[in-house]
Design a protein around this ligand. Structure first.
Ligand SMILES: CC(C)(COP(=O)(O)OP(=O)(O)OC[C@H]1O[C@@H](n2cnc3c(N)ncnc32)[C@H](O)[C@@H]1OP(=O)(O)O)[C@@H](O)C(=O)NCCC(=O)NCCS
Length: 195
């Protein structure tokens, strides 16, 4: 089994300090992590000016990844769908992106968000661009999103996952939070208890 670059204690304490300093303001959230291959990644709040980069990230994702994220064959999005993804209030809808350096340019390699569905409970969703999968980005996004959710007083995160989506289920299982799983033929219902 590969070691996660994120298990390093000093990198953990760095992101913890940085994350705590902005915890009161999720809309300005920013923390740095080290990926398994040693690259640095910034996990930060989604911004309105991320529109073009977000669309580009979708364009660089495989059909399988998009299907696993949206449960449908989806190659493009309408303007109003993109508006919905960008229009986050950081209270009931919180979105983080993972930004890595590609040829000296910062690009969005993945993202995660939650939408509050009832008091204390939010639904989460993740997406990492294929070429950046397996480097610990999903796990890092999970940690930071859960930290924000806990800071906001949420008690549960829920998700619907396709039964064959092993990477997503691993991210939830290894999040460190008590987990319950309900399997149906077409979908797995996951609940993480945050407190
Ligand atoms: C699920 C997803 C977000 C995980 O992101 P990630 O950055 O790959 O996650 P991590 O690197 O933290 O890896 C999590 C585990 O999955 C494994 N994994 C990642 N990509 C994999 C792949 N393509 N094939 C097999 N295993 C894979 C990792 O190796 C790791 O397991 P390990 O710790 O035993 O090595 C990403 O695979 C993705 O975007 N999938 C498509 C969209 C999706 O499924 N969204 C979920 C909807 S809720």
């Amino acid at each position: 089994m590969r070691e996660s670059g994120n298990t390093n204690k000093s990198s953990h304490s760095i992101w913890l300090v940085e994350a705590l300093s902005v915890m009161s303001e999720p809309a300005r959230y920013s923390a740095f992590e080290t990926l398994r291959d040693g690259r640095r990644v910034e996990i930060r709040a989604l911004r309105p000016d991320d529109r073009a980069d977000l669309i580009a990230a979708v364009g660089r994702s495989s059909g399988q990844s998009l299907y696993r994220r949206f449960f449908a064959v989806k190659r493009s999005f309408t303007e109003s769908e993109v508006d919905y993804f960008l229009n986050v209030d950081f209270v009931d809808h919180v979105a983080l992106v993972a930004v890595v350096d590609e040829n000296g340019r910062p690009v969005i390699a993945g993202g995660a968000r939650y939408v509050v569905v009832q008091p204390g409970k939010a639904e989460v969703a993740f997406a990492v661009v294929d070429q950046h999968q397996g480097q610990g980005l999903g796990a890092a996004l999970m940690r930071h999103l859960a930290a924000i959710a806990r800071g906001a007083g949420l008690k549960e995160l829920i998700a619907e996952v396709l039964p064959d989506n092993v990477p997503m289920l691993k991210v939830f299982e290894r999040s460190g939070f008590p987990l319950s799983i309900k399997r149906e033929p077409q979908v797995v219902h996951v609940t993480l208890r945050l407190r």
